[in-house]
Design a protein around this ligand. Structure first.
Ligand code: SAM
Length: 249
């Protein structure tokens, strides 16, 4: 069982996304457990203030350190197995390798920033900083949802048998092959013949070829990160040749 504790100023944002589909089922099965905590409850003054003006001037507000640090300390596990993550565009970019590593942990505490971000001193209480991409969103809540979803999918048993991760994009550094469902024909667009053949070897070969082709066309950087078999190298050079020819035509 993996436990997530999310520290936020907007707890209501989490109710619907965590109460649907795979994440709902994972909680029901006891594979993950999610706690949502309002940072405001940990403010020290009678007005429950959680933000203040930045020292040195400038625009916007900064989240105060004390309420966040108090909330981290409240939810930390006495077993010393908690990892505190700050959601921030300044963190290292989330990728599949990172979600796999995190899925092996027992307890993640996720701090969601707002406004101009958090008082720098919060970072002393944080083990890792994660960004969901090189763009700015209004708060860490949506980023935390992305993290919880992506990590949970990697926990054994969370996905059903029919939801295999083996072929999913980024597994083995390849993008997934094209997918089709019924009908066989839609306004002149047909399902590739290989997928209708009933021949598993032929289907697997087609899918692997398409994965290589799609990755080469869209994310060639991924191919540099993996050790390719000599067969794959040959297939890729054939695809490259084919693409070069079609560009010339
Ligand atoms: C408007 S942003 C603050 C951005 C900050 N002023 C900066 O320039 O780095 C407010 C909060 O949203 C969250 N956030 C925004 N973009 C994010 C991203 N790409 N990844 C993760 N969290 C993000 C962080 O928690 C951040 O503290």
């Amino acid at each position: 069982m993996m436990r997530f504790d999310i520290l936020t100023l907007f707890p209501k944002m989490f109710s619907s996304p965590f109460d649907e589909g795979i994440l709902k089922r994972a909680q029901k099965k006891g594979l993950i457990d999610i706690g949502i905590h309002n940072i405001r409850d940990f403010a020290l003054d009678k007005h429950h203030t959680t933000d203040d003006y930045p020292y040195g001037g400038g625009q916007g507000m900064v989240m105060k350190a004390e309420p966040i640090i108090r909330s981290i300390e409240k939810v930390k596990s006495p077993k010393n197995d908690s990892k505190v993550i700050l959601m921030t565009p300044q963190g290292r970019r989330l990728d599949q390798g990172c979600t796999i590593r995190m899925s092996k942990l027992r307890h993640l505490i996720i701090v969601c920033g707002r406004y101009e971000g958090v008082d720098e001193r919060v970072r002393k209480y944080v083990d890792d900083e994660i960004s969901i991409g090189d763009y700015i969103i209004s708060g860490g809540e949506l980023a935390a949802m992305v993290l919880v979803d992506a990590v949970s999918r990697m926990i054994p048993g969370v996905l059903g048998n029919s939801e295999s991760i083996d072929d999913e994009s980024f597994c083995n550094f390849l993008l997934e092959y094209p997918q089709y469902t019924r009908p066989r024909e839609h306004k002149g667009l047909n399902v590739p013949e290989e997928l209708l053949s009933g021949n598993h070897q032929r289907i697997n070969n087609w899918r692997h070829f398409q994965s290589l082709k799609r990755t080469l066309e869209r994310r060639p950087d991924l191919l540099e990160e993996t050790e390719l078999s000599s067969k794959d190298i040959r297939i890729l050079s054939e695809i490259k040749e084919e693409l070069d020819i079609s560009k010339k035509c």
